[in-house]
Design a protein around this ligand. Sequence first.
Ligand code: SR1
Ligand code: MG
Length: 420
Amino acid sequence: MLERPAYLALDSDTLPTRLGGRAELLDRLGPPATWQVREVGDGNLNLVFVVAGPKGSVVVKQALPYARVVGESWPMSLDRAFFEHEALTRLGARDPGRTPQLIFFDPAQALLAMEHLSPHKVVRRAFIAGEDLPMLGAHLGHYLARTLFRGSDWSMPTAARKADLALFAGNVELSGITEELVFSDPFKAAPLNRRTPGLDDIAAELQADRALKLAAQEMKARFCTAAETLLHGDLHTGSVMATAIDTRVIDAEFALYGPMGFDVGMLLANLWMAAFAQPGHRADAGAAARYAEGLIATAETLWREFAAEFSRLWGSERTGILGGRDLFEDGGDPAGADAALARHLAQVWEDALGFAGMEVCRRILGLAHIAEFETIEDEGLRARLERRALRFGRHLAVNRRGIASIAVASGLARGAEGQP
Ligand code: SR1
Ligand code: MG
């Protein structure tokens, strides 16, 4: 049997020697001696290298045996690379062209080589720069509908669905991180929490807010128990890269079976937070307000396109365990299928609002913050903008059952922007 080299983290100097024997890379890049390597990872967990040669470029992503954001004091298993590969394979098949093309996966090195997306930008960075991404809402709405529907019991047959549920149930470490960092830590005095100076009063207020803590527990229960579909599991705007005409979803290592509203709510929350952060990035108040309005409109487009595409798939691809055609269309009651769809979308909407509220709170009170706020150097301004976002997030979480539509949610976001 061939000896496999033990796991060793790559660096820019060793990468050409260590990966120079891979035919897939030689074909795409040219000879290893010519490769230029840059480590570009700006996420919380992994190493990410861009490797360029005379023939082209690729991305190499490698898991570290610890959480990069904290350091070696937080050891982590390398298994997340396996789950990311499994998830990207499925998500890419469910919405072709919306994920990067995968080149190879090396489980021993916890390493994934993939297409280098260029000139794509991480969407958070595009929002800070004030770039126009006119297709983003529609692309993400369609992506959500296709991946969430096609990974669910409405689409999949029993054996494949249960096998996938069992497989992704193994992603315990990353699921556990979400359980703690999103649904618990922000709502108590947890050691990893951090916040902008000037927010101590609202942090204390929210951590003593029983209605919010009940909402957090209810959303955590949905996250842990409603295994509706294969989720990306960490679908914020740092997990999306885009140009004006293309959008790609990356970084699926948190994949798990969970409620559809989780991926939807994460994206909505991150669009709304980017809108709240705009005065920190544009000195001209009119320009900041116009860009923020564009982000609120993107959130509207995302939800509307999601609902429209999901409804289309409901009509044409509902062939899985929960299909129900025998009861409705084939049983002479086609309107029953419409009623079932309406009930399901209402549940996804309610969940999405609840999860969006959690995401806003955890990005300001918890460990993992977002670049749109973090790069605002004026701490007083940052605290004011984060305070508005927190009030909005709390409102979404606590009142999620009473916010009837995306238009109402947009109105709340606009109103919060005008708050002190
Ligand atoms: C220790 S991981 C912190 C956060 O980074 C990831 O992107 C997830 O959002 C996670 O919650
Ligand atoms: Mg990530």
